[in-house]
Design a protein around this ligand. Structure first.
Ligand SMILES: C[S@@+](CC[C@H](N)C(=O)[O-])C[C@H]1O[C@@H](n2cnc3c(N)ncnc32)[C@H](O)[C@@H]1O
Length: 203
């Protein structure tokens, strides 16, 4: 019988909430595969450079991260997957087992001890809207701390009011975290509806 104090009981409860069911995992794996071309096009937009260090926030199965790893040249390149769910982290580890320049962090980014000013790129792909509204600012602030000066944060998130977040809110959290918008656009996507695509730079 494990010993639970208040802190680790809270973590245990959180993990139960965040961890996906087997069915959800299976469906996600299939949809990842179906969406391979879509992911590849998104990755082209990251403009990956030799030796880039990339933080994939909310990496899920790690399927997209694996595709990123194939496009990441240079001996000193690195990928970090950050996930709230233990189960997804395990899946991502499996997907990236051949790629030796990767590590995996599980937990809330605001509580994890991360390298500061280390990453060239932070990628947020369909994650921020899933985080409670009152936690988004702190999450983005914690992510920007990990970026080098002039590092880029590339975000794609749906804007649908029922399951998304408005572009103005994305811009506001970025601005408050000290990020400067380089460009953004709204696009209609088949499965996600309208999405906000933005590239922000750390001052
Ligand atoms: C819709 S999935 C997107 C997965 C991946 N980025 C992709 O596009 O294939 C959202 C992911 O964000 C993760 N997530 C949700 N809240 C999170 C948080 N606070 N910190 C890290 N990951 C989180 C979920 O566990 C899930 O794996």
């Amino acid at each position: 019988m494990p010993f639970y104090n208040h802190a680790n009981l809270a973590i245990a409860i959180q993990m139960t909430i965040y961890d996906p069911s087997r069915l959800e995992m299976a469906i996600t794996r299939v949809s990842n595969w179906v969406l391979t071309r879509y992911y590849k096009r998104f990755i082209d937009e990251l403009e990956l450079q030799e030796n880039d260090k990339v933080l994939d926030f909310g990496s899920g199965t790690g399927y997209m991260t694996k595709l990123i790893s194939k496009k990441l040249p240079g001996e000193e390149s690195w990928i970090t997957c950050v996930e709230i769910s233990e189960k997804w982290t395990k899946a991502a580890r499996k997907n990236l087992k051949r790629f030796k320049k990767a590590d995996f962090c599980t937990g809330m980014i605001t509580e994890l001890v991360m390298k500061e000013k280390f990453y060239d790129k932070v990628v947020i792909h369909v994650v921020l809207h899933d985080i409670a509204k009152d936690e988004r600012q702190a999450v983005v602030k914690a992510l920007t701390k990990t970026l080098k000066k002039k590092g880029k944060l590339i975000i794609r998130d749906p804007t649908n009011p029922s399951h998304g977040m408005p572009p103005e809110e994305i811009r506001e959290v970025m601005k408050k975290a000290g990020m400067v918008e380089l460009h953004s656009q709204l696009t209609e996507r088949k499965f996600l509806g309208e999405v906000f695509d933005g590239v922000f730079e750390k001052k």
